[in-house]
Each structure stands twice: as C-alpha cells, then as structure tokens.
Design a protein around this ligand. Structure first.
Ligand code: SF4
Length: 362
C-alpha cells in the first residue's frame, strides 16, 4: 500500500463539502464521457496495465492503441515470455515507439521478476503490490508505480501523469509547481472511495476538456473548486519553446556485390541494441564530403527530444571484407530492430533501386 506523503501542506485547502461535490460531478461526467473501452481499462492483468503505462509515458493513446499495445502483448503475453525473449526481439516489438530505454528496462524488470519468483519458488512471476517494491524495478517511477497499484491492484492511490499535472496546477492556480506540490494536490483531490474510476476520469478530463490550449471550463466538473479557471492557460506557466541544436551527419549505406547492406549494432544510450547504418558526424551542413565512388541518395531528418539530426545519405560499394561480413539481405533487415531514422534511410535506398531498375528496363 502506498504511503501518503503530505506532511506540510502548502496548497490552499478545499472544504470537504466542495470536494464531495467535485467527486460526484466527476463521476457523473466520467460515466457519460469517459473512454471506458480502452483495453487497459478492461483488463485485470497488472502486467498488461504495466505495459500500457510504459508505452503511454511518451506516446499518444491513439498511436499506442493502433499499432503497439495488442501486438506487443500477443508477442509477449506474460512476464515470463517477456523475460525469456532476446533483447533484439523486444526492441523489434517496440520499433517506431521511440525512447527505447523503456523497452530495455521492461525487459530487465521482467527478468528480475522471474528471478524473484524463482527465489521464493512461485510458479508465476507477478508485479509487486507495494510502491517500494515497484520503484526498485528498472524504469518504474512514482507515477508508473501508482498507476500499477491503482489500476492493476485497485489500491486507493493518486496518479500524476502529464494531463493530471496540468489539471492540478490549474485547480490550485500553481504557476511553477514543484513535483512535491503536484503530488500533494493529487493526494488532496483523490477520491479514495473510488480511486480506479477517479484516476481514469482525471486522465480523460485532461485529454478532452482541460486541454493545454482553450480548456472548456464551462463544461468541466472541476469548475466549482478550480482556482485557475479565470486564466487557465497561465497554469502552469507555459514553458518557452526550446530551440534544439541540429547535428549534421553522413549516413553511409555500404552495399556488397550481392546487394546486401552493412548495418552496425548501436551501442549508444539512445538507440542501444538497435541496428543502423554507420554515421559520421559533420561539423556543419556544408562540410559533408562524400566517399570516393559514393552516390548521394538524399537527405533525411529526424527530431529527437534534445536535438534534430540532418543526415546526408550516401551509397558506397563495400570493399572492406570485415564490413562485408556484417552485410544483411532485405529479409534479414526486416527482422532486425531499426530506428525510424534508419527506416528513412532504407526507404531512400529502395527508391534509388526502383529508379535504377526502371532506367535499366527502358
Ligand atoms: S475549470 Fe477549466 S482550468 Fe479548471 S480544471 Fe476545469 S477545464 Fe481545467
């Protein structure tokens, strides 16, 4: 069971009667407008809820629903299946979701849970039901731990994902809220008698009415207690748009005499475990120099969280036999996990080959 951490309340107090009215209005609103059919709301399996929570950390509901949640659970239906998989298979199932550390951590955590179950001679690995044990697993922070407890174990704990943070900041009119203040607000507002529906309702409220721009306060079940509704977009103070630096690279597609392509296994933190085309940093956009005999295929761009990458793609016949050993057919590449950027490079290669074949036939 999670501990309530509010020791020195700093937020404006809300009268119990007003809180009760808010809970009643929120329940009515959720019954009429909630997204009740989301698959992670109708499962009782904490493992499936955990997977959905990690996918939703940095990805929109629609994307997770359309392309990732069901296929991932079909491939890895249990903690044991995930733990037994090769990391490459887990990354393949995560391909396109980005933030691949999430997939690597899920895999590691599943392996730890299986090892823990074996130590206590349990047949099946399960997700713990305390905050402390969940926080000890890789990739699980306080919000994910609370979500697993609230939705997977039906415990009366508050969650604090991005949409809920915005609602709390507005209800308590907090311009620059600290995490501690937001958690205090979340715990103050929690409807302990119906925590599951309350938490789901708060997420839906943030996704549909209390949106970042033009929130619909007139229809909001929280308007009676909301201290920020006169100027909702001021809470929290909008962050200045960051300008991210641009990195220029050359992406070399080395091709052997059989048309196979050379890929390397990426070791860096961002894309660790994925396969991709070799990259060489360039000082500026104009300093790009092509290898002798290379054909320029075009430019690819991709925006990461902290930088934008602009890559000049060149096709180079392989001469180095060591590299030739690590060349892959298209079928082999289709089975490997590649980043979105590397898929863009691959698309340029295929376009080049189609154009070449077309010219040959003419
Ligand atoms: S009243 Fe407006 S600002 Fe306040 S929680 Fe509702 S939608 Fe958000």
């Amino acid at each position: 069971m999670a501990q309530r951490t509010t020791i020195n309340p700093v937020l404006p107090q809300i009268k119990p009667a007003m809180l009760r009215t808010f809970h009643a209005r929120l329940t009515t609103w959720y019954q009429a407008h909630g997204r009740h059919s989301l698959p992670w709301r109708i499962t009782a399996d904490p493992y499936a809820i955990w997977i959905s929570e990690v996918m939703l950390q940095q990805t929109q509901v629609a994307t997770v629903l359309a392309r990732f949640y069901h296929p991932f659970l079909e491939t890895f239906p249990t903690i044991e299946a995930l733990a037994a998989a090769r990391q490459e298979s887990v990354l393949k199932a995560w391909e396109g979701l980005g933030y691949y550390t999430r997939a690597r951590n899920l895999h590691k955590a599943a392996q730890q849970l299986v090892a823990m179950a074996a130590r206590v001679r349990h047949n099946r690995a399960t997700l713990p039901n305390t905050v402390e044990s969940l926080l000890a697993l890789p990739g699980i922070g306080r919000n994910t731990a609370h979500a697993i407890l609230a939705f997977g174990h039906h415990q009366p704990v508050a969650i604090l994902e991005a949409n809920v943070k915005r609602i709390i900041a507005r209800i308590f009119a907090l311009e620059k809220p600290t995490d501690a203040a937001l958690w205090e607000g979340a715990e103050t507002l929690l409807n302990q008698a119906a925590a599951f529906d309350y938490n789901q309702a708060m997420m839906d409220l943030g996704a549909t009415l209390c949106t970042p721009r033009a929130p619909q306060c007139g229809q909001c079940p929280a308007r009676g207690i909301c201290q920020g509704k006169a100027a909702p977009e001021s809470y929290p103070t909008p962050k200045l748009k960051k300008t991210v630096p641009t990195r220029h690279v050359t992406l070399s597609v080395l091709i052997d005499h059989r048309g196979r392509l050379h890929l390397t296994n990426r070791g860096e933190r961002l894309l660790g475990g994925l396969w991709g085309f070799p990259q060489t940093a360039q000082e500026t956009a104009t300093s790009q120099s092509m290898q002798k005999g290379a054909t320029h295929l075009g430019t690819v761009t991709h925006t990461y969280s902290h930088f934008k990458l602009v890559g000049q793609v060149e096709l180079v016949p392989v001469k180095n036999t060591a590299k030739a050993k690590r060349c892959f057919t298209r079928e082999e590449i289709a089975a490997l996990p590649l980043s979105t950027l590397d898929h863009k490079v691959l698309a340029l290669v295929e376009k080049h080959h189609r154009a070449k074949n077309h010219r040959t036939k003419m």
